[in-house]
Design a binder for this molecule. Sequence first.
Ligand code: ATP
Ligand code: MG
Length: 400
Amino acid sequence: MKEVILCKYGEVILKGANRSDFEAKMLKQLRQRARRVGNFNVFYSQSTVYVVPQDEESCEKIDEMMYQAKHVFGFVGVSKAITCEKNMDVILETVKNHIPERIKGAKTFKVESKRSDKRFPLKSPEISNLVGGAILSCVPKIKVDVHNPDVIVRVEIREHEAFIHAGQEKGAGGIPYGSSGRGLLLLSGGIDSPVAGFMMAKRGVQLEAIHFESYPYTSERAKEKVLSLAKILTNYTMRMRVHVVSLTEIQELLRDNCEEEYFTLLLRRYMMAISLKIAKDYDCEAIITGESLGQVASQTMKAINVTNALADIPVYRPLIGMDKEEIISISRKIGAYETSVLPYEDCCTVFTPRHPRTRPELDKVIEQEQRLDFNRLVEEAYKSKETIVVKCFGDNKTEE
Ligand code: ATP
Ligand code: MG
């Protein structure tokens, strides 16, 4: 049995004149991944992208390739199809031999046939009838339901071969990675920020990440955890730079010189200022955070305004209107949750005020801020940055 992978475009098909740029990106990304897995031919034909193994060894790696294809943004459905000769007897034989195990557990099904090769002697409804009959004859108790089937079996008569597949898996959706410009993700070790990064990456934003640490108040293991989260995101993005910046000195100075109730807000303004500088260096057109309105004291409307006041580029907060439950479900889906909940400290939880300001006035915050040399501290922290390149395939590397 020979199998190939079929990838279906999502909203890219709605694009106008620049559709081909989007498609080119998706094909390139799929090809890069395919090269890592084995020897596959990746090509576009009749609104589907095909990933076809070129040797025995690559045939064995079809599931690994499926996994990769499901992480390329822009494809909404990915399926593993069996290929066979374009002959109705052979098609029926293949269906009987392989489809029952692929639709295990389904109580109802429907067959959809498509005949792109109009020279094929049977029309689509006739193909569907015959294939449906074959399934009914070899899968006990299964019924046809054309309106709401548990599974759809698809038969496609293409140029050179026939494809038979059942149960399309969900693709990553969205639009191709890198088609919307670059953004700088503020990546903490929590649940929210990796989800925020994923959501913007899905809308085509190429991610750079910045992480703030406060060693020795935060540990080496906390940093490793953040790099693990970045690695999980690279399942989708392939690679990502993580800039690690130390806030230790700033936090100690805040503790010693400013009023406790303003600590978090002041710290967040430093984070914003340093992020803006790094965003400029790396041509990022937006900052991305995992803030969700009202989740904690620093995420009330007023508190968000205090940090936002510094920003001279847009700040995207894709989770702003989401509940924790909804965020967690995406976190699980992208495989980040188990890592996010590991109990390591974050710089935002070091020296947290007992009674943080929830309705801060900007002028009061600035008054506190002026007790220190804000610009100098931003500059020094910025210079301390260490950049680590995290890759989906291969080990992390520190960039000079
Ligand atoms: P998360 O679950 O992402 O840690 P949170 O609910 O804990 O978020 P905060 O700690 O207030 O919320 O952080 C809000 C946002 O600020 C985070 O989603 C992240 O984008 C950014 N942030 C917080 N701490 C850090 C950090 N140490 N380094 C980089 N960004 C951070
Ligand atoms: Mg956090």
